[in-house]
Write a protein that binds this ligand. Structure first.
Ligand SMILES: *[C@@H]1O[C@H](CO)[C@@H](O)[C@H](O)[C@H]1NC(C)=O
Ligand SMILES: *[C@@H]1O[C@H](CO)[C@@H](O)[C@H](O)[C@H]1NC(C)=O
Ligand SMILES: *[C@@H]1O[C@H](CO)[C@@H](O)[C@H](O)[C@H]1NC(C)=O
Ligand SMILES: *[C@@H]1O[C@H](CO)[C@@H](O)[C@H](O)[C@H]1NC(C)=O
Length: 250
């Protein structure tokens, strides 16, 4: 009996060490997740408060300058000036009728896009966190844009894409899609967009943070179909692609 106990002692020790570490790791993971979440909201709230109270209301350029000012002191979730210039260049060149933005965050890129749209241009912007969506929408309104020009969809991207048709009039489709949400969602969302038929031939896709390992499935999908997708420029992990239309070969 005691021999059995002695024999099983190493097993028990190993089990304790193993599961103890696992449990510890699990707890630590939960904690960082909670911290990440709070920090995200805090940063959105702080960015919003700073921009809202320090910009000149009704002036989009002042809103953008105030975002930059804030970012000089605190890092924020915005795409920033360099990628912002890239985005500006694409929006000006494509002159889109309808833009879909996945991942609105604080509304920085939404304001950048809206200020360059023509009179008939419209932005559909998607934000899964309802509090962030409210804050972002307020910033867009503060920048002087009207609800005729934009619509905020406070839901996950998959849901927004599934309901896309209700936001487009007959024959209307997407001319520009900006993906700046969860990189793991890029491929499933692209597949859903392909199926939806909402992508117009020549539609430009701008995808952010694409060079990390999470972006690989998306890039593999795109690179496997050179007749459907043309890869254009890449800048600091933001890539421009063109959707050439559904291929007849498939
Ligand atoms: C917390 O955020 C960091 C960086 O933003 C990320 O690398 C990490 O995976 C996140 N951790 C969890 C548990 O979500
Ligand atoms: C952010 O602001 C909203 C209200 O605008 C509030 O409900 C929420 O608690 C705030 N979040 C944090 C983490 O301060
Ligand atoms: C507005 O800007 C000033 C000066 O940069 C800063 O001290 C203040 O905290 C800002 N307001 C808010 C609400 O963040
Ligand atoms: C914020 O600052 C970081 C580094 O300081 C920079 O990479 C980023 O582009 C800036 N974002 C904005 C909105 O200016």
């Amino acid at each position: 009996m005691s021999l059995l106990l002695v024999a099983s002692l190493p097993v028990m020790v190993i089990a304790t060490v193993r599961y103890g570490t696992k449990l510890l790791g699990f707890c630590r993971n939960l904690l960082t997740q909670a911290m990440n979440l709070t920090q995200g909201t805090v940063s959105v709230n702080k960015t919003h408060a700073f921009v809202f109270s320090n910009c000149t209301h009704g002036q989009a350029d002042s809103v953008l300058e105030t975002f930059h000012l804030y970012n000089n002191t605190y890092p924020s979730l915005c795409i920033g000036q360099v990628k912002g210039d890239f985005l500006d260049e694409v929006v000006s060149r494509v002159a889109p009728r309808v833009v879909l933005e996945l991942g609105m965050h604080c509304g920085y890129s939404s304001v950048r896009i809206l200020r360059l749209l023509g009179p008939a241009g419209r932005l559909l912007t998607v934000e899964k966190d309802p509090e962030t969506a409210d804050k972002g929408e307020e910033i867009i309104l503060v920048a002087g844009f009207k609800h005729l020009q934009f619509q905020v969809l406070a839901c996950v991207s998959a849901e927004a894409i599934a309901g896309l048709r209700t936001h487009l009039s007959d024959g209307q489709g997407l001319d520009l899609v900006l993906m700046d949400h969860s990189v793991e969602q890029y491929l499933p969302d692209l597949l859903a967009l392909e199926r939806s038929g909402a992508l117009l031939p020549g539609c430009v896709l701008l995808v952010n943070h694409i060079l990390g390992p999470e972006g690989r499935p998306f890039l593999e999908h795109v690179q496997a179909q050179p007749q459907r997708y043309t890869q254009r420029r890449q800048l600091e992990g933001m890539m421009e692609l063109t959707w050439n239309g559904p291929s007849e070969l498939h």
